[in-house]
Design a protein around this ligand. Structure first.
Ligand SMILES: [Zn+2]
Length: 456
């Protein structure tokens, strides 16, 4: 049994002061009581808020951050980014992936994310051959999550084709592609290895409607458990919507909603270009839309109509996707600012809460918990997990602020130094902005970066 005392704690019922949470060995909150710190408890002075799930990450892309901001010689806005991405894809070894991911997950924790949904498609060796253990790269990601101490929902990706209409995969996609048989074996083996650990969840992820076809999608969905998270990239770019219309006569979300049983276990990543009718279909199904504002801005994707979706009681969550920048508060800030800039209005995503920051934060905490199939109840309550972030009351952005402005001050006026301590399942993994494995994780990452950039 672990006891944590908090001077200020954000619960689903609002802020509470001087409260003690008891957690069992697995980090599940078993009681919440008013009262001062006892000798037996770990004492936190500051503003404790729930840890957030980061629902969409491609770990290896962290190594490319800052290397794709140059203009290419064609009109294709993805030119520079894609060239660098494929170059990295052609080289990264299992050891390098583990080192990059450990650094990334460390950064996520220090930013306030306590679990991650890793959308994992770098399956095979650089020649496109399966490793002796088909799940080699998946094991590396799980090992990295273990080193950093972050909760993991691993989403092995099914990737088969290069475009709508079952176009054959291209040479540089050979590390990604699997047959249905290989894919199901991989999911089964990962589930067997990690399924018992409550901090590990294995889901599934058809990459996109471009990369699978209807038969393959049906085969996978018919052969996996009905209760695991299911994620898909969808409607990220206008070109993709046009391709889907040419192929099927339907827009991507419309196609998906009429061909699969869209429900609460689905997470639609991006869903940037959608009609009002498609928003209705997602909201009615109870599926989550996984938004990645920093990456979507970096890639010039467009802006999801989150304001309208929230008015329809749709569920949203946040992901860091390409990991060009890992920042929980900046993802929240950019999500709200994107809506403000396109609507020339203010305070749009508070979801009925007086404080926009608090309403938005609580909304994406709940959406992330659902999308990653995390154990227990969302947020800091009995039956939830002891995943929390303590914000520094001495940080200039927070000093003197009333409780109902704390989240607004972090999200709209704060920086990385606001996050002081972070706990996963009741165990402190970041203390006073420091992770105890930080020096070795960062040193290994630095070696890998030198290897990968040596020939640039
Ligand atoms: Zn993605």
């Amino acid at each position: 049994m672990i006891k944590h005392f908090f001077s200020h704690l954000l619960t689903p019922d609002g802020w509470r002061q001087d409260v003690t949470l008891e957690m069992d060995e697995a980090g599940t909150i078993t009681s919440m009581q008013d009262g001062k710190a006892s000798e037996a408890s770990v004492s936190h002075t500051g503003y404790a808020v729930p840890g957030m799930a980061n629902v969409h990450s491609h770990a290896f892309q962290r190594a490319m951050a800052g290397l794709a901001e140059t203009s290419g010689n064609t009109a294709d806005s993805f030119w520079s980014w894609r060239q660098v991405m494929y170059r990295f894809v052609s080289e990264i070894s299992p050891e390098q992936l583990e080192s990059i991911a450990a650094q990334l997950y460390l950064e996520m924790l220090k930013s306030g994310f306590t679990s991650v949904g890793e959308f994992h498609y770098l399956h095979h060796d650089p020649a496109g051959r399966a490793y002796a253990d088909l799940s080699e790269m998946g094991h590396r990601l799980m090992a990295a999550a273990g080193q950093a101490g972050i909760g993991m929902t691993l989403l092995p990706v099914l990737y088969r084709y290069s475009g709508f209409g079952s176009l054959p995969a291209l040479d540089h996609q050979k590390r990604f592609t699997c047959s249905a048989d290989q894919y199901l074996k991989m999911v089964e083996a990962l589930t067997e290895t990690y399924g018992e650990n409550p901090n590990h969840v294995i889901g599934v992820a058809p990459h996109s409607l471009r990369a699978v076809d209807p038969d393959l999608l049906a085969e996978i969905l018919n052969n996996i458990p009905k209760n695991v998270p299911c994620h898909i990239h969808i409607a990220e770019q206008v070109k993709e919507v046009e391709g889907c219309l040419d192929w099927s006569g339907q827009r991507p979300v419309d196609w998906l909603a009429s061909h699969v049983e869209l429900d609460e276990r689905w997470c639609l990543i991006h869903a940037t270009h959608v009609t009002d009718n498609e928003l209705d279909q997602i909201a009615t199904a109870g599926a989550v839309v996984g938004l990645c504002p920093i990456t979507e801005a970096n890639l010039g994707d467009g802006i999801f109509p989150a304001t309208e979706f929230q008015q329809k009681h749709g569920h949203i969550a946040l992901g860091s996707d390409s990991n060009v920048l890992v920042s929980l508060h900046e993802e929240c800030r950019l999500l709200e600012y994107g809506q403000r800039l396109t609507r020339q209005s203010r305070n749009l995503l508070g979801n009925g809460h007086k404080s926009t920051g608090q309403g938005l934060f609580e909304t994406v905490v709940d959406g992330g918990h659902q999308a990653l199939g995390r154990p227990g109840k969302p947020g800091l309550q009995v039956g939830g997990q002891g995943n929390f972030v303590v914000l520094d009351p001495r940080h200039p952005a927070l000093t003197g602020k009333p409780l109902n402005a704390i989240l607004d001050s972090w999200i709209f006026a704060g920086d990385h130094a606001v996050v002081k301590d972070v706990a996963v399942n009741g165990k402190l993994v970041v203390m006073d902005r420091y992770h105890e494995e930080e020096a070795s994780i960062t040193e290994r990452f630095s070696v890998v970066m030198k290897e990968l950039t040596a020939s640039l």
